[in-house]
Every structure is written in C-alpha cells, then in structure tokens.
Design a protein around this ligand. Structure first.
Ligand SMILES: Nc1nc2c(ncn2[C@@H]2O[C@H](COP(=O)(O)OP(=O)(O)OP(=O)(O)O)[C@@H](O)[C@H]2O)c(=O)[nH]1
Length: 299
C-alpha cells in the first residue's frame, strides 16, 4: 500500500514550502515520493520546486474538484502503472475544498493500493487573525480547510507575537478539536507526524456530501507578461493599488539592474523577492476574484 496525503490550505499559506520540506525528509528515509500538483493559473511555477527525478503530474487550469474526479483518477492510475513510488502527495489548489478533493481520490480502482492518510492543512496564522477582512466566501473556505484537517499547521508563526500565537492556536482548536495543531514557520513539519496519521476512517460520506453544497469559491487567474524592466518600488506601488480580492501573485519579474527576472511572490499584503540564477520567462500569474477588472501595471 502506498500512503497518500492531501495538502490543503488557502492560496499562499505555505503548501509548497511544506511540500519541499516533506520531500527532503522522504528522500532522507529512502522513500520515493510522487506528486500531483493542482495549480490554478497558467504557469506551473510551483512544479519547479519538485526535483526532476520525482514523478509529477500537474493539473493546470482548474482544481481537482472542478475538473472532475475522473481526471485525478486517471493521473493516479498512470502513476501507479508507470512509476515506482512509496508516498503520493496531492497538493490541492488553494481554492479547493479539501474534502471534495479527497473525494476525488477515493476510487474503487485503486482502493487496495492506496492508503489515504488524510488532509494536512497549512493555515496562514497572520491571515487567521485578520480573517474578518476576507470576503464571506473566502472566509468560509478558509474555515472549512481548517475544520477538515487531520493535521493542522498554524504557519507563518514568525510573523506573530507570542500572545497572538497563543490566540491562533486556541481559536483554531475551537474550530477543529480533533486535529493535532502544530505551530510552524515555512511549513516545517516532521514527517513522523504525517506518518502517524490514521485519518481515513474519520471522513464520513456525509461530510463529503455536505461539503459539496455551495462551498465552492470561484477564483480566476490572470497571466501578465512583462516586456520591460521595473524597479522593485514600481512593482510594490502597483501591488498597493490592487483590490483586496487579489490573493496571490507569483512568477518572475524583470528588475532594473538585475540580470535575470527575479522570483516574485505576493500573498496577503506580503511581498517577497528572490534572485534567480537562470533566465526564467518574465511572467506572473495573479489569482483572485474578478481578476479581469484588475489594472495591469503600465496599462
Ligand atoms: N514569513 C513567512 N513567510 C512564509 C512562511 N511560509 C511560507 N511563506 C512565504 O509565503 C509565500 C507563499 O508560500 P508557498 O509555500 O508558495 O504557499 P502555497 O500555499 O504553496 O501557495 P499557492 O501555491 O499559491 O497556493 C512565499 O513567499 C513563502 O516564502 C512562513 O512561515 N513565514
């Protein structure tokens, strides 16, 4: 039997950071991971965090629950037939309801080959404290992702004071009393905790059914290509003009005086720039609600 984990969490919460960290630990234990990544948006940026020797299936454009369980089934089937792996990690899009995504992996086709260990949710703790500022739909999805976790990472703890950290844990425990809640920074979780999960039995059919009713959030993505360089300040000034319903931006931006386009990440008011040693295409994906109305820089 191969262990299957579903990584859930809203856009930009730290799923990819956790994935990178878990893959490293699996390798140290001589366990072979396979990954299904479900990226909302047109460019598979996150897949670059997965090294080339790891079997990776990507579902671009849409999320596991929207594209239908058949597609996920087909991907798992292909992995099972063609690849040698011990552990399967499915990173859902930040816009997916975790139970719906889990529903997609329960297939009689491979029931005897997969041991579904459960949902690991990464929550942005800073965003948790500011959740009143979210639209009701996003807030409800955020709560659902926390409520259905079997293991919950209260991530981005480095951004909070001690009393805020305690408040987050207390409040999250109130929403989900059965999950083990771990305080993390950069999604650093010990693989032992994942291994100890015995979650499959706790997911009832009723849960899955109720999750399907009206809980889906319709996000869309916008691809922006850059034909010239900007200063970091110009980009950050542009970011400040964006509506609060833009949740996530990531990709590569050409910066004046810097050789290669820099890796740019934005999530909930926080911007991150990292130098890139190879020349990546100068494009970003922006994810949010009503992104068609977003003013693109220089337009
Ligand atoms: N300060 C801080 N930043 C973090 C932490 N974890 C992740 N980040 C940053 O948050 C941003 C998003 O992290 P990712 O790991 O890409 O998040 P994700 O959930 O995979 O994002 P999507 O794939 O867009 O849903 C990046 O800029 C990370 O460097 C943390 O614990 N503290």
């Amino acid at each position: 039997m191969k262990d299957v984990y579903l990584f859930s969490g809203f856009l930009g919460s730290g799923k990819t950071s956790m994935l990178t960290n878990v893959i490293k630990q699996l390798k140290e234990r001589n366990l072979k991971p396979a990954v299904i990544m479900n990226e909302l948006g047109k460019l598979p940026f996150d897949s670059q965090t997965v090294e080339e020797d790891i079997p990776l299936k990507e579902m671009l454009e849409g999320c596991i629950c929207c594209s239908g369980s058949e597609k996920t089934e087909a991907q798992i089937q292909t992995l099972l037939l063609n690849e040698d792996f011990d552990v399967l990690i499915i990173e859902t899009t930040g816009a997916a309801h975790p139970v719906e995504a889990l529903d997609a992996v329960y297939s009689p086709l491979f029931a005897d080959q997969l041991n579904i260990k459960g949902i690991v949710t990464v929550a942005d703790s800073k965003l948790w404290l500011e959740r009143e500022s979210l639209t009701p739909q996003v807030r409800s999805l955020f709560l659902e992702q926390i409520r259905h976790a079997h293991l919950l990472l209260a991530n981005k703890m480095d951004l909070l004071s001690e009393s805020e950290q305690a408040k987050v844990i207390f409040e999250m425990q109130g929403i989900n009393s059965h999950a083990f809640i771990l305080q993390t920074t950069n999604g650093q979780v010990s693989y032992k905790l994942l291994e100890n999960l015995q979650a499959t039995s706790r997911i009832s059919k009723d849960d899955i059914h109720s999750a399907k009713i009206g809980k889906h959030l319709h996000l869309s993505s916008l691809l922006i290509e850059f034909n010239k360089s900007y200063t970091q300040q110009q980009i950050e000034d542009w970011i400040k003009t964006l509506p609060s319903t833009v949740y996530r931006i990531k990709g590569y931006i050409p910066v004046e005086g810097v050789k290669n386009p820099m890796l740019f990440q934005y999530a909930y008011g926080l911007v991150q720039w990292l130098p890139e040693y190879i020349k990546m295409p100068a494009k970003v994906v922006l994810i949010g609600e009503n992104v068609d109305e977003v003013k693109v820089i220089d337009e």
